[in-house]
Design a protein around this ligand. Structure first.
Ligand code: SF4
Length: 279
């Protein structure tokens, strides 16, 4: 195990606002990535009343080696979940929300129907809420991707999480090319109207050439937004960090990404798909 550098040290704080955010989430039984993935930004985001919601339960059918979400057999989708998410959004006064989902290979449509119904429920009640969909690969099926794209989402995001060379070892039950295909299909289906976005965690042993090549692959499927953040092992059973990338190197990758044509780039040790998202 390598020691964490000073730029990755963060104070854990507690405040009435953080507790208030936790209470709203608890009151409506909302699962969040913030808590499930043990996100290092939790205190900062909860202090601002911001959270990333997980729909379709808190058990994932894939079991990627970096992820803190429990793998196993999930329960049936909760039909009350759209209403609970809506109440939580109101309670937190959110205008922009990232809603993600565990992978649901157990459901015939990968959970696309429930996901889309949730977005429609929210949009019917307040069209002012901007929704970023951070979805699993939905088995790569055009009809499921289409269902999500047609539900009223404002951004379609699907994370590659790591570079092509490491993909199989970090995400053994996923497929790099299928993920690229999902992003390409979302762009084609929405005729480029819905921006597409992806994210990579760095520090898993990738090289600069690995990162560049993966960024080029994303540009080739029309992906216009990217996040680059440091992988931090969330629990003892998860894959080790191989390297801590310095803020200066993250800045360098940001510049490279803009030069490759991405229109929005967030790059830094604490960057996550949903970090500092406001629009
Ligand atoms: S960065 Fe995203 S996942 Fe992490 S605490 Fe903030 S909203 Fe939650």
């Amino acid at each position: 195990m390598i020691a964490k550098p000073r730029w990755l040290r963060r104070n854990i704080i507690s405040s009435a606002k953080i507790e208030g955010t936790r209470k709203v989430l608890r009151d409506f039984s909302i699962n969040t990535v913030c808590e499930s993935a043990k996100c290092p930004n939790l205190c900062e985001c909860f202090e601002k009343g911001v959270a990333t919601f997980i729909t379709l339960g808190d058990i994932c059918t894939r079991g990627c080696r970096f992820c803190a979400v429990t793998a196993g057999t999930p329960s049936a989708p909760d039909p009350e979940e759209p209403a609970k998410i809506y109440e939580a959004i109101k309670g937190l006064h959110l205008e922009y929300v990232v809603i993600t989902s565990v992978t649901r290979d157990d459901l015939p449509d990968g959970g696309a129907g429930h996901y889309a119904a949730t977005v429609r429920y929210l949009k019917e009640r307040s069209n002012d809420i901007k929704i970023e969909a951070l979805v699993p690969d939905l088995k790569g099926k055009a009809e499921y991707i289409s269902e999500v794209c047609g539900s009223g989402i404002d951004v379609f995001a699907h994370n590659l999480d790591t570079v092509k060379r490491l993909h199989k070892s970090v995400k053994p039950n996923c497929d790099y090319y299928l993920s690229l295909c999902v992003l390409g299909k979302a762009r084609d289906i929405s005729r480029g109207v819905i921006p597409t976005k992806s994210g990579l965690m760095l520090g898993l042993g990738e090289t600069e050439e690995d990162i560049l090549s993966t960024m080029r692959d994303l540009r080739n499927v029309g992906c216009g937004m990217i996040t680059l953040g440091q992988y931090l092992k969330p629990s003892p059973s998860r894959i080790e960090e191989r390297e801590f990338i310095s803020p200066k190197i993250f800045e360098k990758y940001k510049e490279i990404a803009y030069n490759l044509g991405f229109t929005r780039v967030s790059s830094g040790p604490f960057v996550r798909s949903s970090y500092h998202i406001t629009r």
